[in-house]
Write a protein that binds this ligand. Structure first.
Ligand SMILES: [Zn+2]
Length: 82
C-alpha cells in the first residue's frame, strides 16, 4: 500500500513545505504531533493486517526519479501476502 502524505500535515522532516505557522504556533505543533501519532497508528494497523506500507511525500510526487525509486523499492520488497 502506498500512502501519499502532505508535507505540511504529516510533518515531513527537513522539508521546506513543513513549516509551523507563526500564529498559534503551539496549537499547530500539537496538531501536527497528533497527526504524526495517528500516522504511526495507521501504519501499525495496516502492517498488522499484512500490508506492506510505503510512504511517498507530496514534494516527491512530481519527481520522476523519486517515483522510479519507489517503484524499485516496491518491486524489491518481499511479498507478505504470499
Ligand atoms: Zn516534503
Amino acid at each position: 500500500m502506498v500512502l501519499v502524505h502532505g508535507c505540511f500535515w504529516h510533518a515531513h522532516d527537513g522539508c521546506p513545505r513543513h513549516t509551523i505557522p507563526k500564529t498559534r504556533e503551539e496549537w499547530w505543533r500539537a496538531k501536527i504531533a497528533r497527526n504524526k501519532e495517528r500516522d504511526a497508528e495507521v501504519r501499525a494497523a495496516l502492517e498488522a493486517l499484512g500490508w506492506t506500507v510505503f510512504v511517498v511525500w507530496e514534494c516527491e510526487v512530481k519527481s520522476a526519479g523519486k517515483l522510479d525509486e519507489l517503484a524499485r523499492t516496491i518491486k524489491a520488497a518481499p511479498s507478505r501476502r504470499g
